[in-house]
Write a protein that binds this ligand. Structure first.
Ligand code: F6P
Length: 555
């Protein structure tokens, strides 16, 4: 079957702007940030952008005005503006799955109209939000109680990937705003330890499970959900009627939810046009809403929406996600940088890098263009990170003095949610210092002037010229979190457009799932199976079976 693609731009990466950037890179790569700042005393004020209270300082990047000019030309030549419009309009831009990509509809105000297959989807979004609000309020006030009438004290979200990382990240990020009388746990791994630890000390009569799965077929989630169901029912002496009060579902698949034994009245719906990794603001955020309350959840959606509007309408030059996306392309494709470090100087954002890993790497980890041709250069970089200041005492050494170029995103807040003496000023001093040290370093002459013996000088030199963005905003609130996530979502989109890839499918996760299904019976069969894998896989399976057997005799 021919590709359903109807794009006119079938060019490879070699647009004229791309070619110009290649030769421009030869000049810029020789420039040092020290010189760029010396030449333009206002650079640190000029190369900044602000939207919806998010301030982005991108002056410590290895760019000139010409670089930006060429990057904007590249964006124009790749049709970024029309592709943004296409996404917001509900076009089926996820071409390999023939789906619209409409996470922006999840935070669209009630009076908006976004049409998918002839239907305005916004009223459905708001009716699910209302249903979630009602349910969250009932749990929070105790009106929704467990099977024996006890108040719910523990909420356990069972999901994986986008059905876990968003909820857990948002819960951690917004813990300050959460109802502290409730305990929240997040079970994702099929490793039984994850569930066992979550259940170890909770009372089933006070525990609510939210089974979150877009497809409701995911092996990990369904295995954990079945085991949790067994655990619950056995604690109620085999009474399966208990399930209705202790299990709710979030899914697009009502048939499977019902098959599992959850009443679809207790199902919170979302739609195939919401990608898993773009779903934390859909019903997948039910645990978040129970934790922080419907009002805070809606404030978070408003934050998302403010950045959506900014992305859709702001000129490229002052468009935060566009700037961030283009800078990622600049380092990834022209400097050959392999990774981006995300370094939030905010303890509540400790899971933000892990969340961004799925968002960025599942989206832009692709090797073919929309037309199915092998890409010519590099696509999405590896994302990683840890909250500051912990990272400073761990991996920053390599960023400062190693041989790899690692662009960094520093994220900081002007106000802390936990004022404790000098802590916040010390934290912020560190984030500003790190960005400064990376950019400007310390020369051999400076090291020598400190009285360092000659032999030690090379070890103590900081070459500098290591790029970073600094995102500074007022305070971590539900609204700010929405803005931050939307910022990265749209930066990812921008990269995907430049690389001309489908940022919204994830075929790369399929093969492993299929092979695991084949191996499961080979591990579970009583008699030794006939194995047809490669010699390494065959050998590992045999060895595992043998070790398991020996161990079972010991017990
Ligand atoms: O295996 C990857 C993936 O499909 C992700 O894209 C998704 O977020 C995750 O699995 C979970 O899927 P589901 O919500 O359908 O259980």
């Amino acid at each position: 079957m021919a590709s359903p693609l109807r794009v006119t731009n079938r060019a490879s990466n070699k647009t004229s702007a791309w070619t110009a950037l290649q030769s421009h890179h030869k000049t810029v790569s020789k420039l040092h940030l020290r010189q760029l700042f010396d030449d333009d005393p206002k650079r640190g004020e000029r190369m900044t952008a602000e939207a919806a209270g998010i301030y982005l300082d991108y002056s410590k990047n290895r760019i000139t005005d010409k670089t930006l000019d060429l990057l904007f030309q590249l964006a124009e030549q790749r049709g970024l503006r029309s592709k943004i419009e296409a996404m917001f309009r509900g076009d089926k831009i996820n071409i390999t799955e023939n789906r619209a990509v409409l996470h922006v509809a999840l935070r669209a105000p009630k009076n908006t109209s976004i049409i998918v297959d002839g239907k305005n989807v916004v009223p459905d979004v708001h009716s699910v939000l209302d249903k979630m609000s009602d349910f969250s309020n009932r749990v929070r006030t105790g009106i929704w109680s467990g099977y024996t009438g006890r108040r719910i004290r523990n909420v356990i979200n069972i999901g994986i990937g986008g059905s876990d990382l968003g909820p857990v990240m948002a819960y951690e990020a917004l813990e300050h705003y959460s109802d502290r009388t409730l305990t929240f746990r997040f079970v994702s791994n099929i490793d039984g330890t994850d569930l066992a630890e979550a259940l170890r000390d909770v009372d089933p009569s006070e525990t609510l499970f939210i089974v979150s799965s877009k497809t409701f077929t995911t092996l990990e989630t369904m295995t954990n959900a079945r085991t949790a169901r067994l655990w619950l029912v056995s604690r109620f002496g085999g009474d399966t009627k208990s399930v209705a009060k202790h299990f709710v579902a979030v899914s697009t698949n009502a048939a499977e939810v019902s098959k599992f034994g959850i009443d679809t009245d207790n199902m919170f719906e979302f739609w195939d046009w919401v990608g898993g990794r773009y779903s934390m603001d859909s019903a997948i955020g039910l645990s978040t809403m129970i934790a922080i309350g419907p009002e805070n959840f809606r404030a978070m959606l408003d934050g998302f929406h403010q950045i959506d509007e900014h992305f859709r309408t702001a000129p490229l030059e002052g468009n935060l996600p566009v700037l961030m996306g283009l800078l990622t392309v600049w380092y990834n494709d022209f400097f050959g940088a392999q990774t981006v470090a995300v370094l939030p100087y905010e303890q509540y954002l400790k899971r933000f890098p892990a969340y961004l890993q799925q968002l960025t790497m599942e989206s832009n980890g692709k090797h073919v263009t929309l037309e199915g041709a092998e890409v010519k250069g590099q696509t999405g970089p590896i994302y990683w990170g840890e909250p500051g200041t912990n990272g400073q005492h761990s991996f920053y050494q390599l960023i400062h003095q190693g041989t790899k170029l690692i662009p960094c995103d520093f994220i900081a807040f002007a106000q802390t949610l936990n004022p404790l003496g000098r802590h916040h000023d010390l934290l912020l001093a560190n984030v500003f210092a790190q960005a400064e040290a990376l950019a400007f370093g310390k020369t051999a002459a400076e090291v020598k002037a400190e009285g360092t013996p000659d032999w030690l000088i090379p070890h103590r030199v900081f070459a500098g010229n290591r790029p970073s963005n600094t995102i500074l905003t007022e305070r971590l609130t539900p609204e700010t979190l929405g803005k931050l996530v939307a910022l990265y979502e749209h930066a990812v989109f921008t990269g995907g457009v430049i690389w001309n890839i489908d940022s919204f499918d994830q075929w790369g996760v399929e093969l492993g799932k299929v092979l695991a299904q084949r191996i499961i019976p080979e591990l579970e069969s009583e008699s030794a199976p006939v194995l047809g894998h490669d010699s390494s896989t065959n050998n590992l399976i045999r060895r595992y079976r043998k070790l398991r057997e020996e161990h079972s005799h010991e017990q």
